[in-house]
Design a protein around this ligand. Structure first.
Ligand code: PAF
Length: 282
């Protein structure tokens, strides 16, 4: 596996590629990331992963400083999966000046759910993803980038960005990888104590229950939804969680659903000091 620390090196290594297949990450890789990479390898002629913990997408009180940085283990896993090229810039390479020029996604999509509880998060994500895309795909007629559905809203924001800027990049979404008990894999699961880890699957169980209740409501869904969502959040509160939201939305744009819409249930909740997110396409 080649490793590029600068955009120039990256582009030299990419010179012969016709259709790079790219997996952006913040490192601390787990089976979820490796699944994205395996999928990427089937889609392009050269697989590229990036590792960059993006300061811009963290709020001041969040875990930027403590976010797990596991360079040696990450490289070994990527190598074992046959990743062709790893782009691992430092902050000075990606942000040589303070990044005052940013990509601001549509607030209708980006200021709800995660964006409501993490203001500016999707501006930080969109800005770094645009920079990574221009680093990887500049001069290429086509490319593909692979994102996990675990970050459902992020995937939708990136799809919209690519569409609206007419970038020649296919965005491929991959199903969430789960532990045997059903917990969605996430780098932040490593923050959980043993007791919290045993409890953590309850978020995905509560989302599944909420999804089933939403389906059962049929045409009465819009009227019943506030109560169903409140019940789901209360259930987690009683188990010691602090939920930000558990909600049913229509899949196409994450707005409030009408009866008959395709649905997705999304949730975010804190267990102790750890904030987890998950979702389920009903
Ligand atoms: O999903 C992530 O790991 C990050 O948000 C991403 C897409 C790598 C941007 O920093």
């Amino acid at each position: 596996m080649l490793i590029a620390r600068t955009i120039d090196e990256l582009r030299q290594h990419l010179a012969a590629a016709h259709k790079p297949a790219f997996v952006p990450t913040m490192g601390n890789l787990h089976e979820g990331h490796l699944t994205l990479l395996r999928h990427a390898k089937t889609l392009g002629d050269l697989s590229v992963a990036s590792i960059f913990v993006n300061r811009l997408q963290f709020l001041p009180h969040e875990d930027f400083d403590s976010y797990p940085r596991t360079w040696a283990g990450d490289c070994a896993q990527l190598e074992a999966e046959g990743c062709d090229l790893l782009f691992a810039p430092d902050e000075a390479e990606l942000y040589p000046q303070p990044q005052t020029f940013k990509v601001h996604p549509d607030p209708v999509l980006a200021n709800i759910l995660e964006g409501q509880f993490r203001p500016g998060f999707f501006t930080g994500v969109s800005t770094v993803v645009m920079k990574l895309f221009t680093a990887v795909f500049a001069g290429k007629a086509q490319g593909v980038a692979v994102f996990g559905k675990k970050d459902y809203q992020q995937l939708m924001v990136i799809r919209q960005m690519v569409r609206q800027f007419a970038l020649p990049i296919d965005i491929s979404g991959v199903d969430t990888c789960r532990a045997p008990d059903g917990l969605a894999l996430s780098s932040r699961n490593g923050y959980l104590s043993a007791t919290e880890r045993a409890e953590a699957v309850q978020l995905s169980l509560a989302l599944r229950q909420l999804g089933q209740d939403a389906l059962a409501a049929g045409p009465a869904l819009p009227a019943q939804l506030p109560l169903l969502q409140a019940q789901a959040m209360d259930h987690l509160r009683q188990r010691g969680w602090q939920p930000d939201y558990l909600t049913v939305r229509r899949r196409q744009d994450l707005q409030a659903p009408q009866a008959g819409d395709d649905l997705v249930v999304l949730g975010a909740a804190k267990l102790g000091a750890t904030r987890l997110i998950d979702n389920w396409e009903v």
